[in-house]
Write a new protein. Structure first.
Length: 240
């Protein structure tokens, strides 16, 4: 983490970490589920701290665990209670940004193995002039659009589809306008760029990273454990 990056604009990351993790199960909020002996959120925040361009980190934690999470992450990370839905958690965290932040990234705590280089690549693309930037990967599976009964309506050509990851990066005023425009009206939007698209703001894509996958179900956690076990000691944080 640096105070001011080379472009002279400060970059913050908002980390929604207040979800319950119902699909993963296990009786603990997902962000606190251990991965390699440490909570997933700690891995995610460590990667953000290791990014060169990040100067502030704000975490939206499960409301009953704000103090626990705050102690876990230390004094450099601001921790606030999250909301009922992901959009509520992000909206609340946006209010805690320092005044001089110009670029905001939003990054899921549930993507604990995201490389710091991807965080910097997203930040750099926004600093370079794009109002909104998302990391994407080509799809492995074919995707079908279906009706309420599960009958196939159509098959969009896979070549034109992308799977979307986080961190997603925005000029601060763009993201704030997107969230302000949605007050009291929670749409079926599943990522932050989706809100920005509704304003008609162009969203640029950059290549994502395989390690930035989201831990959603039990098999994802097994995969994350396996990847972490193969990392060099220093990089995995187990030496510190
Ligand atoms: N999130 C949040 N506040 C919520 C819901 C989700 O901050 N009210 C966060 C999660 O903690 C996670 C990210 O948004 O880091 C992506 O959400 P998801 O993967 O769906 O996590 P959960 O909502 O915890 O999982 P599930 O949907 O299986 O309950
Ligand atoms: Mg969820």
């Amino acid at each position: 983490m640096t105070a001011v990056n080379e472009a002279g604009a400060r970059v913050a990351v908002v980390v929604p970490a207040a979800g319950r993790g119902e699909r993963l199960g296990g009786g603990v909020p997902k962000a606190l589920r251990p991965l390699g002996g440490r909570p997933m959120l700690v891995h995610a925040v460590q990667a953000l701290s290791a990014a060169e361009l990040v100067s502030q980190i704000v975490v939206a934690a499960p409301p009953t665990l704000v103090e626990v999470v705050s102690r876990l992450l230390g004094p450099d990370v601001r921790v606030l209670p999250g909301g009922a839905e992901r959009v509520d958690s992000v909206r609340g965290a946006l209010r805690a940004l320092d005044d001089d932040i110009r670029v905001v990234l939003v990054h899921d705590a549930a993507r604990p193995l995201t490389p710091p280089s991807l965080v910097d690549a997203v930040a750099r693309a926004v600093l370079g002039g794009h109002p909104a930037v998302i990391p994407v990967l080509p799809l492995a599976d074919t995707v079908k659009e279906v009706d309420a009964d599960g009958r196939v309506l159509r098959t969009p050509p896979r070549g034109g589809l992308r799977a979307v990851q986080t961190p997603q990066g925005f000029r601060r005023e763009v993201l704030e306008a997107a969230y302000a425009s949605q007050d009291g009206d929670l749409p079926a939007v599943t990522d932050d760029a989706g809100l920005v698209e509704r304003l008609g703001v162009p969203v640029a894509t950059i290549p994502g990273a395989d390690e930035a996958f989201k831990v959603t179900r039990a098999a994802d956690l097994l995969f994350a454990e396996a990847l972490l076990a193969r990392r060099p000691l220093a990089e995995s944080g187990r030496s510190s």
